[in-house]
Design a protein. Sequence first.
Length: 303
Amino acid sequence: MRKKVFESWSIDRNKPYNLTIAYTALKDVFLKVKPTKVFYPSPYDLNPDHRAVSVLTQSVLKEINNPGIQTFTYFVHAKGYPNPLGYFPTRTLNFPNFFMIKPDGTFYNLDLERGDISKKYKAVKAHESQYLTKPKFMLSFVRRNEIFFVENPLKLNMRFPLWDKSIMSKLGITPFVEKAKIGADSKHYDIQFTLFKGTPRFSKINIFFYPVKSGSEFLNMPKYRIEIERAFSNKLALKLFDKDKEIFTTFENLLGTATELDFDIKINKSYFDKADCLFLMFSFEQFDVRVTETPWFCIDILR
C-alpha cells in the first residue's frame, strides 16, 4: 500500500530528500508558473511537514521578492478541525482555535457556488495519496465555503502565537514554551522565552535561526542553531552551529542566562548579514531524540 500510494506519487523519488532538493524543486515551480496568488499551509499547522512547506514557501517568496504576489494560508491539521468529520457539503468550515495568543491578521471567508463545491469534491478525490488512506477526513474539507488567513508580520518585541497547552495535551502533544519573543539592542538580538511550570529538565534545547534577505538566495544564507544545555543548576552551556557545523563564538557574541523557567539568550547582530527577517523555532531533545517543538515564526526584524 505504501509503495502504491506514496512512493509512486513522489517528485524526484530517486533523489535524496533534503532541504536543497526540496527548496530548489519548489522554487523552480514558482519561476515556471509565475503565480499571482499563492495558497500554502499555515506555519501553525500541527503537521510538521506542512510547517516545513510553509517555511520553504515563504522563503521562496522572499527570494523572488515580487510584491505583486498575494499570499493566503490555510489549515489542514488542527485541534477539532474540521468539525464534524465527514462529507457535509452544506455545512460551514470554521477557523480552528487552539492558541493562547492568536496570530494577528485577516481572515477570509469565501462562499462557494454549487459548481465550486462539486469541483472541490473532485479535486479532493484526485489527491489520491491522501484520499486512499483517510477519505472521511479529506472529504471533511468539502464544505459550502473556503477559509484563508493572511498573517500580519511578527515584529520585534511581539509575543509569538503559541499553541494552547490544555488543548494540545489532549492530542498527546505538549508545547513546553509558555511565552516567547525576540527583541534587540544596538549589538544583539535578544531571545526571551518562558517554559511552563512542570516542564522537565531536558538535556538540550535548540533554537533554530534562519535569516532571510529579500532578493537573496535562501540556500546561501546561514542556517543557525543555538544549542542550549543545562543540568540541575541554572548555568547554561551554549553552542552555535551553521548548517550543523559548530562556529567558534566568544562570550560577547553569544551569551545566555536562565532561572528555573525563564531564559534570555543574546546573539550578536553581525551573524545576520543585514537580513530583513528571520525564521525561528524552538525544539526540545532528550538523549538526542526530539520530544517536542514550537511552530516556525517569521519575524520582521527591520520594522
